[in-house]
Design a binder for this molecule. Sequence first.
Ligand code: S3P
Length: 435
Amino acid sequence: MGQKLIFTRSGAFRAEIRPPSDKSLTHRAYMFAAIARNGTSVILDPLKGEDCESTLNCLEKLGAKIERVSDHETRVSAIQNWNTNPVTLDCGNSGTTMRLLCGILAGQVGVTATLGGDESLSKRPMGRISAPLSLMGARITGATPPVTIQGQKLKSISYESPVASAQVKSAVLLAGLKAEGTTTVTEPALSRDHTERMFIALGVDLEQKGNSVSVDGGQSWESFTFRVPGDISSAAFFAAAAALHPGSQVTFKHLGLNPSRTGILDVLERIGIRCDIEDLDDELGEPVGNVTIKSTERLNPFVIEGDLVPRLIDEIPVLAVLATQCDGETIIRDARELRVKETDRIAVVSDGLKKMGANVTPTEDGMIINGPTPLYGATIDSAGDHRIGMSFAIAASIAEGETNILNADAIHSSYPEFAEHFAQLTGQTPQVVNA
Ligand code: S3P
């Protein structure tokens, strides 16, 4: 069963925290350091979560030298001698590790790798990357993990992705760097653009037009230094908690504010929550700031649809929790992607919230939630999904009675200090039961 965490209702809070560093950016920083032309890159404040450790371990097996200098610094050397023995890479729970690495390995002639993962990752769709990579000439097998890939000489393509997915887009762009000619990816809505921003900051010539991005093959970069900003997807949990507890206020220091990730701030404002942003600076093309969230008495319901969905895709579970306390009908649609995340998040969130007393109707591509309804403690299985574990911990903070989160260790993949921050902010220390 793994670890169980028991949460109880908490009160209003006023606090300031440095949320964990951004997961998407840490993965990319590690990978882009490993494929630099030469030298050793310095990654400051990387996320120490398990997902990013999976990426580091895979890169090490492929030939990168990794130095875990301290909790605040990891150094990754550019791979000079790729491991040409067939390797097995364990991507753990991390879709980003698997999909982006496939993009890198597709054009790495001489390298053969089999990429696998845990029970959750083993069920996730990989056809979405093997389809475009095969069109580029890659040899890749496995509709679901394990995926075996053998590096080939690649040709460029112009690819219309059926999904707004940064993982698909990034895999194709990374392969495009190794292909002859110009590779273009077009997506139905703009997904997070971290890869594009980092490419540009590292000197790659990239063209962006609407929802299309093109890159010429044959480009590379020198080693670099990057300080990873805080993760808005992790801050989302305590932002929602502040919204749920009238009289609360929370400030997130050094938070990543890339516009392709800030959909949650737009939604909070629609709900009536004040979000004050103090812009700080820029880290390799990524805007960073301090953000203060202040609660309000009445919470307005909201609609999440269309282009907004990819800008807050990972925050939908906790926004669904918040919707249970909004005054009226909240509609979430165009979010079918939630069904292929670490769990089927439409099913798991709806079932869990219903168990706690909420009025939720799951739909094919989202949820309809009518509020406000009081919540009651329940037993919720994270089913290996970190964001499910944390979303229900936030629901527990307004519920009557105890909430047991089973398989809570999943939380470590993106927010190792979540229980500690929960205690620090709310004054309620979750009880830990190790099975
Ligand atoms: C990620 C992209 C998103 C997101 C995931 C991280 C990334 O997935 O849900 O947590 O780092 O590129 P998709 O690109 O599949 O939507």
